[in-house]
Ligand binder design. Structure first.
Ligand SMILES: NC(=O)C1=CN([C@@H]2O[C@H](COP(=O)(O)OP(=O)(O)OC[C@H]3O[C@@H](n4cnc5c(N)ncnc54)[C@H](O)[C@@H]3O)[C@@H](O)[C@H]2O)C=CC1
Ligand SMILES: O=C(O)[C@H]1O[C@H](OP(=O)(O)OP(=O)(O)OC[C@H]2O[C@@H](n3ccc(=O)[nH]c3=O)[C@H](O)[C@@H]2O)[C@H](O)[C@@H](O)[C@@H]1O
Length: 437
């Protein structure tokens, strides 16, 4: 099938590449000239494990094309995916201007029947708005489908190629058939395509992200309670996660959820609720808990140094909002750095992928180390903010010889508390008893 993906950011590039991989002829359109010229020249623009190989193969075999020209990009396409940004507006609701602008343009450009697909995360009622915007100028038939994306950064290719489910929101039989054919190769392993109306599909996406965020904030509060009551959150997590009704995943406490989606989508659902005069109280609490959780380690650090961080120097491992991505949007590490610097401390950081992005945002506010161990030199303590695999089994002898004191504040519970005790570290983590020197 010939398809077009408008917006070649994270979701657009993964969507386009994966559809090319299943034999479709894909054209990706973006207004960012620099991005399009890099991609056309075979240079991938995001860090995503496994994507580069697929991207290179499909570019070479000419199933993947890039252009800045929307009219040219949609020629002969049967399906047009809109993978455009929907950032939070000033009041927290999703900003639909990117989507509606392209919808306006499409109305003029459509020459024959096409299925227009909202791939972006958009509030309930957006498919109707996109339909109306296209219909203003369109002289041909078309359908608008809601097909939200559930991929996670870092495992995006696997999530896209082997989805737990594909949600397709449409009331058109014709569009349903086209979408079903397109997704058939991805759901062969037995996972379903779930057809529904457009509004239910739109709400499914927000409900999924908000529920997962709720699970995380819930566990973060359980972790706080564990510390206060002398329980161990690892035990509690395993104890409840073995119940199928609860499930093992997304029960890991830490220093809060970040990224480009949970924070913005929870906020947007709260806003949508307010617009229909409903106060979604659980989600207010989820956001509130998460805001506080980002700075969870700070009182622990401050207590250790008796309230005075002036002149202290910290090594910080992990800047990305989670491992296997260079994405630093809403990354808890940035909040921690900010708080430490405000208290008069200095910070030396290391992240396997995210340092160039951080440099672009906070510049020389911190020093950037060549590797995880050079970050430790002359540091009073180590802080861990992202659970990259390379941090999980470090050389503790190197840590010991580089740090001024054997002190670790771990926001991701990477190490065993008894082991750290044995190694003689002062070790504070989340929801577990500290190891003391
Ligand atoms: N990043 C993620 O992991 C996921 C994101 N989503 C949703 O997907 C949507 C897109 O997110 P990302 O891919 O992360 O955004 P992004 O910001 O990485 O990419 C958006 C792209 O759209 C381009 N663009 C903007 N205006 C354009 C126009 N008029 N014509 C053509 N291209 C244009 C930008 O240049 C950029 O390359 C959002 O609604 C997001 O919530 C959904 C699931 C996962
Ligand atoms: O809409 C989106 O953009 C995507 O948002 C999330 O994906 P992503 O933001 O890539 O990352 P997650 O793996 O979900 O992690 C989000 C945040 O939650 C945190 N988290 C996750 C799991 C956990 O148990 N504990 C925890 O604190 C992570 O550290 C991270 O900061 C969802 O998992 C995807 O299904 C969805 O498509």
């Amino acid at each position: 099938m010939k398809i077009t993906v408008v917006g070649t950011g994270y979701v657009g590039l993964v969507t386009g590449t994966c559809f090319a991989e299943t034999g479709n002829d894909v054209t990706c359109v973006d207004i960012d000239v620099n991005k399009v010229s890099k991609l056309s020249a075979g240079q991938i623009t995001i860090y995503e494990p496994g994507l580069e190989k697929l991207f290179e193969r499909n570019l070479k075999e000419e199933r993947l094309h890039f252009t800045t020209n929307l009219a040219e990009g949609i020629q002969d396409a049967q399906v047009i995916f809109l993978a455009l940004p929907t950032p939070p507006g000033e009041d927290g609701s999703a900003d639909l201007s990117y989507i509606l602008k392209v919808a306006d343009q499409l109305g003029v450009l459509l020459k024959d029947y096409k299925v227009i697909v909202d791939k972006s995360t958009v509030p309930v009622g957006t498919a109707d708005k996109v339909h109306a915007a296209i219909a203003k100028n369109a002289k041909v038939e078309f359908d608008v489908v809601s097909n939200p994306e559930f991929l996670r950064e870092g495992v995006a290719v696997e999530d896209f190629m082997k989805p737990d489910r594909v949600v397709i929101g449409t009331s058109s039989e014709r569009a349903r058939k086209v979408m079903g054919d397109l997704y058939a190769p991805f759901v062969r392993q037995g996972n379903p395509i779930i057809y529904m109306d457009e509004k239910s599909a739109e709400l499914t996406k927000y409900a999924a992200n908000s529920f997962l965020a709720t699970k995380i904030s819930f566990m973060n509060e359980i972790a706080i309670l564990c510390e206060k009551l002398g329980a161990d959150v690892d035990m509690v997590r395993r104890g409840i996660g073995s119940d199928d009704r609860i499930g093992k995943r997304f029960l890991f406490p830490g220093i809060g959820y970040g990224g480009s989606c949970f924070p913005k989508d929870v906020q947007a659902l709260v806003k949508s609720s307010q617009e229909v005069q409903y106060a979604f109280r659980i989600l207010d609490a989820v956001m509130d808990v998460n805001e506080k959780q980002k700075l969870f380690l700070l009182p622990k650090i401050s207590n250790y140094y008796k309230g005075n961080l002036k002149g202290k120097h910290f090594a910080l491992w992990g800047l990305a909002f989670k491992p296997n991505t260079d994405d630093i949007r809403e990354a808890p590490a940035l909040y921690i750095i900010d708080a430490l610097v405000k208290e008069g401390a200095t910070v030396s950081v290391f992240d396997p992928e995210a340092m160039p992005n951080v440099k672009g945002v906070i510049g020389e506010k911190v020093t950037y180390a060549d590797n995880q161990y050079t970050a430790l030199e002359n540091a009073d303590a180590l802080i861990i903010a992202t659970e990259w695999s390379v941090f999980r089994t470090p050389d503790f002898d190197k840590i010991t010889s580089s740090l001024k004191e054997k002190v670790v504040f771990d926001g991701r519970n990477l190490f065993d508390v008894p082991r750290m005790q044995e190694l003689g570290f002062f070790y504070e983590s989340v929801g577990r008893k500290p190891s003391t020197i």
